[in-house]
Write a protein that binds this ligand. Structure first.
Ligand code: DX5
Ligand code: ZN
Length: 225
């Protein structure tokens, strides 16, 4: 089995006054998860392509850019040009998800879609063959440090079933409220890219927490159905 568990610390949880040092502290991560918020799709603002481009030049770790913006169809390619290796956008925001996925890929990055907690897995029915990754939100997007919403487990299993039925194996990312207490069970339910913001950046040793999440997550691979 090719599958492993990948850890994507969310820099939303980092100290922005010392972002360079924070990036160095997670050099052992598989992705750096960058949360782009526009104050419209979600009730918070973060950063845009300018900061992404600076982050890209400051690290060798691939950037996983999570767009929480109202108009991904028009904006997504800007983030590829800024240095993203993976760009995901919300199904609730895209009017032309298929076109936008291929625009991201043609620009040179991997492309994925995101489902909010209230959006069912069936929303992926006509797009699952076209994505490199699906991101299941396990909190309502907008803020770090929120509590994990338990229905995410069922959605991860439904996604596993859909992928099996179609014979595809996109990366499956989970985002929101992930800690060392639930990482094993989300992997067992089908996740293999683990976003962790407050859990990593509130830990005294960030790299050690990345490693701990990876090891605990790997134990979940054995629990798959
Ligand atoms: C929420 C963001 C998350 C967030 C995760 O809108 O998409 O990536 O930073 O933070 P934690 O891990 O603290 O829930
Ligand atoms: Zn995110």
């Amino acid at each position: 089995m090719h599958e492993d568990v990948m850890i994507a610390p969310s820099i939303l949880g980092a100290d922005f006054l010392h972002l360079g040092a924070e990036l160095e502290s997670i050099a052992n991560a598989d992705f750096i998860h960058c949360d782009v918020m526009d104050g419209c799709f979600v009730p918070n603002l973060s950063f845009g392509p300018g900061i992404i481009s600076q982050i890209a030049s400051a690290t060798d770790v691939p950037l996983d850019v999570h767009l929480m913006i109202d108009n991904p169809d028009a904006e997504a390619v800007r983030y590829v040009k800024a240095g993203a290796d993976m760009v995901t956008f919300h199904m609730e925001a895209a009017r032309h998800a298929h076109r936008t996925l291929y625009a991201i890929k043609e620009a040179g990055a991997r492309a994925g879609v995101v489902l909010n907690p209230a959006t069912p897995v069936v929303a992926l029915d006509s797009i699952i063959e076209d994505v490199d990754m699906v991101l299941i939100m396990s909190v309502n997007p907008g803020f770090g440090g929120q509590k994990f919403i338990e229905t995410a487990y069922r959605k991860l299993r439904q996604l596993q079933a859909l992928c099996f039925e179609r014979g595809v194996s996109p990366l499956v990312e989970i985002d929101g409220g992930i800690t060392d207490a639930n990482v094993e069970s989300v992997v067992a339910a089908g996740a293999n890219v683990i976003v962790a913001g407050s859990c990593v950046f509130n830990a005294p040793d960030h790299a050690a927490m990345v490693e701990r999440l990876r090891e605990l997550g790997r134990q979940g691979l054995g629990g798959r159905l």
